[in-house]
Design a protein around this ligand. Sequence first.
Ligand code: NGS
Length: 278
Amino acid sequence: PSPRAIAVVKESAKPLCLLIPNGLETSLHHPNESVTEYDIKHLARRLNIEEGGAWQPSECVSQHQVAIIIPFRNRTVQLWIFLSYMHPFLQKQMLNYRIFVIEQMKGAFNRAKLFNVGYAEALKIFPYHCFIFHDVDLIPQKLSNMYACTRQPRHMSSSVNTFRYNLPYKELFGGAVAILQKQFELVNGFSNIFYGWGGEDDDFHSRVINRGMTLCRFPPDVARYTMLAHSKELPSENRFMNLKSGRDRFATDGVNTLQYTIMKVVYYPLYTWILVDL
Ligand code: NGS
């Protein structure tokens, strides 16, 4: 258990929840792909979700304090599908969690920098010890795929339907990853300079390896995901160049040099929304 969980147990007289709850082998329903705004509003009340999309078990103290960071732009329908599927999923895993949606206001999409912003802003709200950096289009198919941190950083989405459930290359560290807060700090987070599609996840992989960590992956049968359909992005032209010079910037480009302007923060029923100008 995290030091935080132990402290809370002492204060509250509640027992610790199991590290991995029983009954996670049950099969899951397919995500509902026709979620409406109405469904979203009612879900929050039915599932007792706190404003801002946070929840924790009432009968025990969760051993996992997890911030789930979703970079976002223009994919509202996918976000609804994701949220309505994920909240019940995360609750069954007995996590203490909050979903953050970090939306970029303008300019070319910078997935990695949005993750850094999510990290910094989440820590202002709660001392999360585990971070999950997650694309909005990925839907986990197995409840046994715990949304928690392993000792080594974990590539969670290693078995995706669009890759016929195969890992395309062994360094792939994109889609959904889980990493301890102290490890994220140690690697200086993501690079801030990858605008447009591609490469930022490969750079993050190098940062993790460079600091002597190894990747954890669950068996393909557990790490199974469905990707929601969308058109393919045009890859950025700078990605290989930025990747090649990446090592020189590990210490000087990351959470320690992060600059951004928060435009709006709203605690919506199912998520904390942060609109940011990068
Ligand atoms: C690599 C990209 C990664 C990307 C991966 C999978 O080529 O950022 O493909 O992409 N690296 C570079 O472009 C340098 S996917 O097939 O999921 O669209 O994550």
